[in-house]
Design a protein around this ligand. Structure first.
Ligand code: C2E
Ligand code: MG
Ligand code: MG
Length: 442
């Protein structure tokens, strides 16, 4: 049935072929079950940089060969694009078959490949779904795998089996999370909220982080954690980023006239780093709203940076050359090396909320935060503590030397009007200081 695993060739580097193959299997046997493992490799850029493109090809060939050895005769292996492979399991043996295969694939990817001068290391993330349930057709199968890949990235797990629960957790509307972003944006369903960032030494407002919200009619406000995974690698991420960036710069340009040096932070997704137009898009937005580049911070999670460390560092460098501040978000949850951090063109490091929320209870978390602060300062990064929920934590992170604080203790993310009234308006200077009164204490 279909192609043999050894059929990896240039003619098969296409999603259309993959879809045709799925269609072919289903037409030949309409009771067939097909499990798709969509496999995305990271680390290829670093391999290319270190061993040259021939070295990169060698690493890919070695991985493809391992993939073929995992596939059974009736399964199909494709290379869909430079770093994406697909393993189609035709009639998997039992429920856990796809997971077992994914486990093997993840381990196969981690195994270093010997290349003349050394060893090439890559890593795979795998999104899995199954036809005819929960996917009803090939397109849907692919989209579900892509969504599962997004979840795998967010949870930093090697593989994730698609579940309709990804969508049910928030809204039936998310069943179509592959919605046309531009349409939803045009319909005005997205808004941006702002959460203050406080300079811990003075207790003064330093700026705000822009956080997107999806206000779906009939559903209510959906936080980004519920829909970002579905779109961060889709075409829609550009439109969403453009919207958030422009909203944030527009507000910040107004607020900066009343609050000197006001800095606004916008989050980027992993998918933005692959967008060749990202730098132009940011540059255009800055010039439209006429905000000095130094008053914009772009946040990228450590995990998204590590998906493609070499390419990410390149994009960061270009953005930073424009004068924009670059921030490493959710630090401590990824696996960046000290050497990578040292060379990364960044200005700020945000210690992940998970550590901050435990520092009062856990000496271990306190030690971790203290060493992240030291590490950050040693490589000239400003350190932000995020997720501060009480005054004791403010005092603790300030004592550890964190430069900036953010969290519900100061304020939750607020709609622009509320943020302005509470933090920027005529009485804002006073109110910001009084809210942080605790910081004035020794
Ligand atoms: P993040 O960038 O790390 O943003 C901080 C998240 O922590 C926000 O969640 C914020 O509401 C929440 N938070 C702030 N203070 C506290 C606190 O004291 N306690 C607790 N428990 N939570 C706190 P939110 O708004 O749901 O956003 C989640 C993530 O979604 C963000 O994490 C960011 O990675 C992503 N995100 C949000 N907006 C955008 C966007 O416009 N573009 C992109 N690419 N990602 C976004
Ligand atoms: Mg952030
Ligand atoms: Mg964060």
């Amino acid at each position: 049935m279909g192609h043999k695993p050894e059929d990896i060739s240039a003619t098969h580097f296409r999603y259309s072929l993959l879809l045709r193959e799925i269609d072919h299997i289903r037409r030949g046997d309409n009771a067939a079950t097909v499990a798709l493992l969509l496999i995305r490799l990271s680390g290829l850029d670093a391999v290319n940089a270190r061993f040259g493109y021939l070295g990169g090809d060698k690493a890919l060939e070695a991985f493809a060969a391992r993939l073929r050895s995992i596939a059974r005769a009736q399964d199909i292996v494709f290379q869909v694009d430079a770093r994406t492979f697909a393993l189609l399991l035709h009639n998997p043996l039992h429920e856990g078959h796809a997971l077992l295969a994914a486990d093997k694939v993840a381990r196969a990817a981690l195994e270093p490949v010997a290349i003349s001068a050394g060893r090439a290391c890559m890593k795979a993330r795998i999104g899995i779904s199954v036809l005819p349930e929960p996917a009803h057709g090939g397109e849907e199968l692919l989209r579900q795998c892509e969504a599962a890949l997004g979840v795998a990235r967010r949870r930093d797990e090697p593989h994730v089996l698609y579940s309709t629960a990804f969508e049910e957790t928030c809204a039936p509307a998310l069943r179509h999370a592959w919605f046309d972003m531009e349409e939803a944006l045009r319909a005005g369903e997205f808004t941006v909220h702002y959460q203050p960032k406080i300079a811990l030494a003075t207790g003064r407002l330093a700026g705000a982080e822009a956080l997107v919200r999806w206000d779906k009619p009939g559903t209510g406000v959906i936080p980004p954690g519920h829909f970002m995974a579905a779109i961060e690698n889709s075409r829609g991420i550009r439109a969403l980023t453009q919207f958030v960036l422009n909203s944030a710069l527009r507000e910040a340009a107004g607020w900066a006239t009343r609050h000197d040096g006001f800095n606004v932070a916008v989050n980027l997704a992993a998918g933005n780093l692959d967008d060749p137009d990202l730098v132009d898009l940011v540059e255009d937005a800055l010039s439209v709203w006429n905000l000095p580049a130094g008053q914009l911070t772009l946040e990228l999670t450590e995990t998204s940076l590590m998906q493609n460390p070499v390419a990410s560092a390149r994009v960061l460098k270009r953005l930073r050359q424009l004068g924009i501040r670059m921030s490493i978000d959710d630090f401590g949850t990824g696996y960046s090396s000290l050497a990578y951090l040292r060379d990364l063109p960044a200005d700020e490091l945000k210690v992940d909320r998970a550590f901050i929320s435990r520092i009062l209870q856990s000496a271990r978390d306190r030690d971790i935060v203290a060493s992240i602060v030291r590490l950050g300062h040693a490589v000239d990064l400003e350190v932000v503590a995020e997720g501060i929920e009480d005054a004791e934590t403010v005092a603790a992170v300030a004592a550890m030397g964190c430069d900036t604080g953010q969290g519900y203790h100061f304020a939750a993310p607020l709609p622009a009007g509320d943020f302005e009234a509470a933090w920027i308006g005529p009485a804002a200077g006073k109110s910001a200081v009084s809210r942080c009164g605790v910081l004035q204490m020794p």
